[in-house]
Ligand binder design. Structure first.
Ligand code: ASP
Ligand code: MG
Length: 413
């Protein structure tokens, strides 16, 4: 008798907004839950709000000053998930399954006190496990938790991914399936690179780079959480239900892969300060006022100087911050002592990501020569352990992605 259950696994099934966007889609999702149950597994469901709902709630709240109303903001925007989990529960009943819809505070999922971007501090696994052990299905509202003062807090846009991975870690699930509207993680954006391939698996580290580069499939925090707790995550499509891409610990084979994918971001603007007097304290004079204004600086380049003569400073910010950045620089012109400022906001960042870079040399040069052979000019370069990024003119994105994709032998056969 025990044999029958020895293969039983605990699975978290997370459904994104598009997967539960209509009643029909909710019914379809229930068939995916049913399939998992029928194969003998225990399931915990985590759901987003129906697609578009959170945006609507955000616009309602934005009729008032959000900075003065963060508690109310979270109270409002968290309600989308309250609706979707209750609907899933109703739909499960129709096919003879018993769901238990659960809000963050009922579990409880305890979050920090930072409204609109709270961190998950703790999850009490007892209620969720009790429900599962009774043969019922907990249907958990993503994106929300409760803080130490019993207020609802939310985990930032896309936060249901993080809720799902956190639940999976808490109940020590065998797998966390993230159902979405794409069927996995690709070597590059398939809308731009025709020969892009779906990856069977990718390491947490690489996915972290992709996620933070703006491949919006997973909230970056969910990848960090999966890496920390070694949660096996699968990204797959709710439409096809076919095997997707697994996020895993790195293995030997992955390290042989020089580059596993190529990402890009169009959200780049570049500022160059010309002729700065080279002396201690220059960098902090430039970047302190930016950090006070909460402006995120990405790539930074300082030119060398010939014994104390003038230098140039180049850095990038996101496009929406360009105007404010310029005025902050102008306000600090006397302190920084620069002569003039040049800006460019039609740039794109193209990045190659791969574990193999840690142990193989010459990857950067391979990238540069590939771009050179397409006559693409590089404005700024930055590197990290497993990533090389270049800033190029936006108009060359397509050319650059395709060239690099074939240079690094990622093309599908
Ligand atoms: N509903 C929230 C959002 O749209 C959370 C999520 O879907 O992950 O951002
Ligand atoms: Mg999402």
């Amino acid at each position: 008798y025990t044999l029958r259950f020895s293969f039983m696994q605990k699975i978290v099934q997370k459904f994104g907004g598009t997967s539960v966007g209509t009643i029909d889609k909710i019914k379809h999702v229930c068939s995916l839950i049913n399939k998992e149950i029928k194969s003998g597994n225990q399931v915990a469901v985590v759901s987003s709000a129906m697609s578009g709902e959170t945006n609507k709630l955000v616009s309602l709240a934005e009729n008032f000053d959000i900075n003065k109303n963060k508690l109310e903001f979270d109270m409002i925007v968290s309600t989308g998930e309250q609706v979707s989990i209750a609907l899933i529960s109703m739909a499960l009943k129709e096919i003879g399954l018993k769901g238990v819809p659960l809000l963050g505070w009922q579990i409880p999922i305890t979050g920090s006190n930072d409204f609109t971007k709270a961190k998950i501090d703790n999850i009490d696994d007892s209620l969720v496990l009790d429900v599962m052990n009774k043969g019922e299905i907990p249907i958990i509202a993503g994106f929300q938790g409760v803080n130490s003062k019993n207020n609802i807090v939310t985990f930032g846009r896309g936060g249901s991914d993080t809720s799902a991975v956190a639940i999976a870690a808490a109940i020590r699930a065998d797998r966390c399936d993230i159902y979405t509207d794409v069927d996995g993680i690709y070597t590059s954006d398939p809308r731009i690179v025709e020969k892009a391939r779906k990856l069977n698996k990718i390491s947490y580290e690489e996915m972290l780079e992709f996620a933070s580069l703006g491949a919006k499939v997973l909230q970056t925090r969910s990848v960090e959480m999966a890496m920390r707790h070694e949660v096996l995550v699968q990204v797959l499509s709710s439409q096809t239900g076919e095997k997707g891409t697994f996020l895993t610990k790195e293995d030997k084979k992955m390290e042989n892969e020089l580059v596993s994918g190529i990402a890009y971001s169009k959200d780049e603007a570049n500022i160059t300060l010309i002729n700065i007097l080279d002396k201690p304290g220059v960098a902090t004079k430039i970047f302190s006022p930016l950090s006070e204004a909460n402006i995120n600086v990405d790539m930074i380049v300082q030119t060398g100087s010939e014994n104390g003569k003038n230098i140039n400073f180049t850095y990038t910010v996101s496009r929406k911050d360009l105007e404010q950045t310029i005025s902050i620089m102008e306000e600090n012109k006397l302190g920084i002592e620069f002569e003039r400022i040049i800006t460019n906001n039609s740039l794109a960042k193209v990045s190659i990501v791969g574990l193999g870079m840690r142990t193989h040399t010459g990857v950067a040069n391979k990238m540069f020569s590939s771009l050179a052979s397409e006559s693409i000019n590089i404005h700024v370069i930055s590197t990290s352990e497993i990533k090389i990024s270049v800033l190029i003119d936006e108009e060359y994105i397509e050319k650059a992605l395709n060239a690099l994709h074939s240079t690094f032998k990622l093309d599908k056969k």
